[in-house]
Design a protein around this ligand. Sequence first.
Ligand SMILES: [Cu+2]
Length: 443
Amino acid sequence: MAALPEPVIQTSPDTMAPLIPNSGRPYNPVVTLNGWTLPWRMNQGVKEFHLVAEPVVREMAPGFKAHLWGYNGQSPGPTIEVVEGDRVRIFVTNKLPEHTSIHWHGQRLPNGMDGVAGLNQPAIQPGKTFVYEFVARRPGTFMYHPHADEMTQMAMGMMGFWVTHPKVKNPLIDEVQRDFCFLLNAFDIDPGSYTPKIMTMLDFNLWSWNSRIFPGIDSLNVRLNDKVRIRIGNLTMTNHPIHLHGHEFLVTGTDGGPTPKSTRWYEVTTDVAVGQMRQVEFLADEEGDWAFHCHKSHHTMNAMGHNVPTLIGVDHSGLSKKINNLIPDYMVMGERGMADMTEMEMPIPDNTAPMMTGEGPFGSVEMGGMFSVLKVRRDQKPGDYKDPGWFKHPEGTVAHEYEGPLSEPARFKAEGGQSMPRAQTPSQPTEVKVRKPQSHSGH
Ligand SMILES: [Cu+2]
């Protein structure tokens, strides 16, 4: 064991400052959202890292902790940053109760280093340490994750990010002032419990970025007119259309490396499919607090019961009172929409994140899950990643209530009945099935 580099353990879910390389080739380091970069040691020209696969406690949001599996104290594991051409040696110690392995997703490497247990190597048994060694041959955005009992180990949070910086100036890789990265991951943890349900295939209830959920995801803080790169890897079981407000970006890289310039066009949403990586770049030239989130609206919610009928527009006044005589705790949901739920402040089980929350400068943001904020500030210092607080809007630039007179809307006079002739046959009576509200634990 004397030859092993001592593992570095992280106990905090905070976004750590970029790790400026103090040995090896220089590069402009990334910032891992609610994460960190693994330090290394140089051993005769080889960059040596030590990953420890182990059970961890991850704070997914303030007040909500999950019992996950990860690396070096956290889920996801630390980001590994190297330079194109670096020879890399990674020691992997297994402190899990079952065997594991690590697959270096996207890398060019000798077949025996690819990490598929059974196919490329024997699995790493509990208590054992394996060594992987290869040259980081191409620059780009990568991930790592187990390739042994994969369903369990990924559902438990085992994964990490990998960035290979270019060795020399690459015509397809621009220099940027801010370079962020995070993984998309998802968990199914019942309200009030701590451990993910590993058999879940699709119906996850926690949609996270680096095992954090809004309002637990740190904001991306940049200086006005910074060139910004965001690298995203998807290790969930569904796709995520990632959407940025207030700016247009280019997809400058995928799993395969930098995209040719002829393939780039501006957009504000990019879909990241399962197992994919995307790199987006933009000029942060609009000051403000810009929402940045997955556009699937159920992915910006936290744990909730989904199997509830829609009651928007249904007048159930008086109904709860009648039912309350029979069931004292009965509550009707969402007569005007679901927003009421944020204000209801009903008691929730211990260790449960509220379904939609996050206090903004104008009230509740009514979000959860895969949501964060890009904060663009004139006075943010170069290289400073501190949260500048909420944006102070210049006078007269905030949407506000209109207080003038309201005129009657002019409706189109001949609405309907023109192009579609009425049915000649009398309509048949319709049969309606009434679904009774089902009971759900915790609601
Ligand atoms: Cu999503």
